[in-house]
Design a protein around this ligand. Structure first.
Ligand SMILES: O=C(O)CCC(=O)C(=O)O
Length: 278
């Protein structure tokens, strides 16, 4: 998708592209920006509905499953008769409702405008935090610690599917943490209520050590369905727990520049790392 800057309005001129110079400026400066209402309810509702159905056991996926996670895969006492799924890894590979969502032209156009060239999908995942556990807090991390991608070649986009705020799954960012394009070493930890992953076993997650984080610097940004939070893979970010009493969800989709040399070699990855144990 070719993007032509419109210097009068600050908007890119491709129809439907909602990224402004202000968004680009904030992404450069803070490492994130929020495009309000990137998607409308007609676009968010089908995936939000399907995620809730999967949680209610309406699916025919066996366990363990490569793309589905679960807090309790043994519990089949659900309306749909199958186990309750949790977050989904790469759901675009298994159901067209997710594939269509991740390929939305407005999202692709925004990614191209923000990354500055043609893009291809990198990965996608749903984030589902059911009310019942009063949990789901994630801690500060950088996606590049998992993905081993070079600086400036990839962006993640976390799209709210419900109202989000403090205590209700909103994302928090540490502004400017991307600016030196370095990777902070991450430690393993257990979620308050761990999920079972692709091999059927509970898994640990990774986070930046708590004493390396200055909580007073946090930008925690409330939003609503269809609001899109774009951030670099080097930006420190985390998600709030769900203490709100109702199920809440989001969808994270990463796009990378369409070229072949986006991955760091192991040596390059190590050279960018700070704080690794000796
Ligand atoms: O929503 C969360 O808890 C974290 C999401 C996240 O870290 C991501 O999408 O990269």
């Amino acid at each position: 998708m070719a993007i032509v800057a419109d210097t009068d309005t600050g908007h890119t001129s491709k129809e439907g592209v909602m990224v402004t110079e202000a968004h680009k400026g904030q992404l450069d400066r803070d490492g994130y920006c929020v495009v309000r209402g990137l998607l409308n309810e007609t676009e968010t509702k089908p995936v939000r509905t399907r995620i809730e159905e999967l949680w209610n056991g309406y699916h025919d996926y066996g366990w363990p499953h490569r793309h589905l996670q679960s807090w309790d895969p043994e519990d089949r006492d659900t309306p749909g008769g199958n186990y309750r799924s949790g977050s989904l890894q790469l759901p675009s590979m298994i159901e067209s409702v997710f594939d269509d969502f991740t390929g939305n032209p407005k999202l692709v156009g925004a990614m191209e405008a923000l990354l500055g060239g043609p893009v291809k999908r990198y990965t996608d995942q749903t984030i589902f935090k059911p009310a019942v556990y009063r949990a789901g807090r994630s801690f500060y991390h950088q996606d590049c610690f998992y993905w081993k991608l070079r600086p400036k070649v990839c962006l993640n986009c976390w799209i709210a599917l419900d109202q989000v705020e403090r205590g209700a799954i909103a994302l928090g960012f540490q502004p400017g943490t991307h600016a030196i394009w370095r990777i902070q070493y991450h430690e393993l930890y257990w979620d308050q209520v761990p999920q079972h992953g692709r091999d059927g076993a509970k898994y640990q997650r990774k986070r930046i050590a708590l004493d390396a984080v200055d909580d007073s610097r946090e930008d925690l940004i409330p939003g609503g369905p269809g609001d899109a939070y774009f951030f670099t893979n080097y930006t420190w970010h985390r998600g709030e727990p769900n203490l709100s009493g109702v199920n809440r969800g989001a969808y994270a989709i990463a796009y990378q520049l369409d070229r072949d040399d986006n991955l760091l070699s192991d040596d390059e990855f190590d050279a960018l790392m700070d704080g690794a144990p000796q």
